[in-house]
Design a protein around this ligand. Structure first.
Ligand code: 5GP
Ligand code: ZN
Length: 116
């Protein structure tokens, strides 16, 4: 389902260009336009899901596929041994700005904890 005016649905539909690095039946991954690390890739479900709060129990396989995509992309980008971070923000207080869920995959530098 393509949700009108959803930026990431438009990328899935090919209506907006993106630097796509990985695709599966359920997922699409592309480089973040404003990278926060040497490697910063967004992994999204092809299905429109606005936030974690909007997940259905039936979406469990889709969410799992975001993580197996992250595993494969981290290996392909040479990040697996040194380490990397995956983050999903939910709603405004956490910094979510695009309301189509996405896993941030960040790597190529050290990360602090706790996050800001
Ligand atoms: P959020 O703040 O919702 O967790 O993450 C949204 C991410 O989408 C941000 O890191 C932002 O840089 C990225 N972003 C916003 N618009 C675009 C776009 O048009 N193309 C790409 N590749 N990334 C985008
Ligand atoms: Zn969407």
């Amino acid at each position: 389902m393509v949700i009108e005016d959803c930026l990431f649905c438009k990328i899935v539909a090919g209506e907006i260009p993106a630097d796509i690095v990985h695709e599966t039946e359920d997922t699409l991954a592309f480089r973040d336009i404003n990278p926060q690390a040497p490697v910063h890739i967004l992994i999204i479900p092809r299905k429109h899901i606005a936030t974690i709060n909007d997940l259905d129990d039936a979406d469990q396989a889709i969410v799992g596929s975001l993580f197996t995509a992250a595993r494969d992309i981290a290996a392909a980008e040479g990040l697996a041994d040194d380490g990397y971070r995956v983050v999903m923000n939910c709603n405004e207080a956490a910094g979510q700005t695009v309301f189509h869920i996405h896993l941030h995959l960040l790597g190529g530098r050290r990360f602090g904890w706790p996050p800001g």
